[in-house]
Design a protein around this ligand. Structure first.
Ligand code: 13P
Length: 253
């Protein structure tokens, strides 16, 4: 079976506020990473700070983007195309993050973005997750619909290169209701594998990397990997703190 490297992804969101700070955070993360070989670290800065990696020579850290537009080129003021990102050495693109869905990205838009990312030979980090865990299990059908509609026209070889990030909205950010448990992640990981098996096959389901995001920190990171058997972690707040982010990377290693 193919060896699957663990992923640790930094989603800086709309932070920090200056290029100087962005450079410092990146450099400090890089300096703490010298011995990491088997973990893939991916930094997703805001668009204006995608340059940060350019100055640092490293294969350990890959560049990700937080979003992309699905059209190829043309009159789309304010948008950024997949080829522009690829030309900037971006290898991964977050898509369907709940914070983008909250401002208008529908499952159909997410699907168009996934197809554009794949066409430009980058890897989508496809985010799914419910806003509440109701006792009737409606959150399961909600997640299933996000996945089925997000993967329209995505073929088997393409889906193998995708990362699916389970990020329950109720566990994200400083105003989160509570932290998710590794058992809650495990339930969804198995559920996603079942959906991928039904849509494609079991081999494909085993190769898709399924990661966890939502208030990941140095205290809970290991449990999501060990008990939850996550293929990686998607980190928000703590990815802006090089000490904490490096600690998370070391725990995953
Ligand atoms: P926090 O780690 O700040 O909860 O953010 C999670 C997230 O949204 C990562 O994409």
């Amino acid at each position: 079976m193919k060896v699957i490297n663990k992923l640790v992804i930094a989603n800086w969101k709309m932070n920090p506020q200056s290029k100087k700070e962005a450079e410092i955070i990146f450099k400090n993360i890089f300096n703490n990473l010298k011995n990491i070989k088997k973990t893939e670290v991916i930094i997703c800065p805001p668009f204006p700070f995608l340059f940060v990696k350019g100055k640092v020579k490293t294969k350990n850290i890959k560049l990700g983007s937080q979003d992309v537009f699905y059209e190829k080129e043309g009159s789309y003021t304010g948008e950024v195309s997949a080829s522009m990102l690829r030309d900037f050495s971006v290898e991964y693109v977050l898509v369907g993050h709940s914070e983008r869905r909250a401002i208008g990205d529908t499952n159909e838009i997410v699907n168009k973005k996934i197809l554009a990312i794949l066409k430009s030979k980058m890897n989508p980090i496809f985010c799914v997750g419910e806003s509440v865990r109701d006792t009737n299990g409606f959150y399961l059908s909600f997640i299933k619909q996000q996945i089925i509609e997000g993967l329209v026209n995505v073929n088997k070889p393409q889906v193998k290169n995708m990362v699916i990030a389970y990020e329950p909205i109720w566990a994200i950010g400083s105003s989160a209701d509570r932290e998710a448990t590794p058992a809650e992640f495990t339930e969804i990981r198995i559920f996603i594998k079942k959906i991928i098996t039904d849509l494609y096959d079991v081999k494909t389901a085993n190769e898709v990397r399924i990661i966890y995001g939502g208030s990941v920190n140095p205290l809970n990171a290991e449990s999501f990997i060990k008990e939850g058997r996550a293929d990686g972690l998607l980190v928000g707040r703590d990815s802006l703190n090089p000490k904490k982010f490096s600690a998370i990377i070391n725990l995953v290693k």
